[in-house]
Design a protein around this ligand. Structure first.
Ligand code: AP5
Length: 193
């Protein structure tokens, strides 16, 4: 299974990716997680990405495409992957298509979690509260100011990715406002359709 999950910040991509990983036995490739790990490790890519991510903007395409190009070559991604947070621009989507075409592969599905933007900040605030209650470290971009920038980046740069895949007849939309289990069932149905 080679699947892309699309949706704005807080739409539930990470939540549903974890369930798809368990179902299909392929890894979740979250560019956000990879970049946060690189930032925590202080690698050159991490150092370049950290300030951009903290502010809520998108990391440059060439950096993210390089990270994914390397990651999909790993043995655990041979049978497939769940892409969470990539592609986020049309240029990234085209680069992904080229990467797969070189390996005679294609995506099995592109699923978009459709959500009401007005509900997203509340989800992020809930995640912050839960993280603090568990004694964890809150993401540096989980604050109202960065969230506003994340949403603007989504509207300007990532929403066109949905249109790109819709134009190719590959986009499946699922109601991301339903409870988590119902979203999971809707994705299952979309993948069988
Ligand atoms: P990234 O880490 O990808 O963050 P994001 O897209 O902003 O998404 P989130 O992780 O906040 O949300 P999610 O959709 O995964 O929702 P979740 O399941 O956690 O990216 C961070 C940054 O990295 C970017 O801003 C950018 O700087 C950089 N970056 C990453 N990829 C890049 C790329 N390709 N190009 C350039 N830059 C890139 O759920 C959120 C909350 O809602 C949770 O509390 C959850 O429990 C709850 N929830 C989930 N589903 C439901 C539901 N159905 N009902 C109620 N609550 C729900």
């Amino acid at each position: 299974m080679r699947l892309v999950l699309l949706g704005p910040p807080g739409a539930g991509k990470g939540t549903q990716s974890a369930r798809l990983v368990a179902k299909f036995g392929v890894p979740q490739l979250s560019t956000g997680d990879m970049l946060r790990s690189a930032a925590a490790a202080g690698t050159p890519i991490g150092r370049e990405a950290k300030a951009i991510m903290d502010a809520g903007s998108l990391v440059p395409d060439d950096v993210v495409v390089g990270v994914i190009a390397q990651r999909i070559e790993a043995p655990d991604a041979e049978q497939g992957f769940i892409l969470d947070g990539f592609p986020r621009t049309v240029a990234q989507a085209r680069a992904l298509g080229d990467m797969l075409a070189k390996k005679n592969l294609r995506l099995d599905a592109v699923v978009e979690l459709a959500v009401d933007e007005n509900a997203l900040l509340a989800r992020i605030e809930k995640r912050v509260a839960e993280t603090l209650a568990a004694g964890g470290i809150v993401r540096a971009d989980d604050n109202p100011e960065s969230f506003k920038t994340r949403l603007e980046a989504y509207r300007a740069q990532t929403a066109p990715v949905s249109a790109y895949y819709a134009g190719k007849g590959e986009l499946k939309q699922v109601d991301g406002m339903a409870p988590v289990d119902e979203v999971t069932s809707a994705i299952d149905r979309a993948l069988c359709a």
